[in-house]
Design a protein around this ligand. Sequence first.
Ligand SMILES: O=P(O)(O)OC[C@H]1O[C@H](OP(=O)(O)OP(=O)(O)O)[C@H](O)[C@@H]1O
Ligand code: HPA
Length: 185
Amino acid sequence: MTDTVDELNQVMAEADCLVDENRVHSAIRTMAADITERLRETNPLLLCVMNGGLILTGQLLPMLKFPVQAEYLHATRYRQETTGGILEWKLRPEVDMNGRTIIIVDDILDEGTTLCAIADYCKAHGAAEVLTAVLVDKQHDRKARPGLKADFTGLTVEDRFLFGFGMDYKGYWRNAPGIYAVKGL
Ligand SMILES: O=P(O)(O)OC[C@H]1O[C@H](OP(=O)(O)OP(=O)(O)O)[C@H](O)[C@@H]1O
Ligand code: HPA
């Protein structure tokens, strides 16, 4: 256990801070304003994608000054790795989506496989409209669909393995107060 903590402290000590806490907060405020303008009259259902979407959802929700029904789901494909595999649904949303406007909130759109699968699930379960919101869009040409973008994006970040503000390194450092890149990754 001490080895793990030492390794994780070392990862932080050697990481590059790509976006500091103030810039992240400012990006989240802008997202909240844009989401409010777009969704305030739609009685939206917000779906937090656990685990990574937890921090962005927790910060966004109090900034949305209209009634929001908030639920969660859990889908994962990276687990403790730095590359993605098959998407595993750990918990599907049980809420009735029929005819609803849905906004899916997650920490990162990397290849986009996760968000596409969740959006497809919502549409297949009767959602009238599905929108997506991510704190980070990672810049590369490996997207699941060419030109894939979220409807609301906080920050665009270079193609490194990231942690902080919800994103984890081996299950840790989701709590890091900024967006960091692991040394060498
Ligand atoms: O765009 P993609 O390439 O599909 O990757 C993005 C997904 O990967 C991460 O989840 P992860 O599978 O690590 O699960 P977690 O949220 O529980 O950490 C992240 O939270 C997104 O949900
Ligand atoms: O860069 C990343 N960091 C953490 N989790 C992730 N899930 C997809 N990409 C990443």
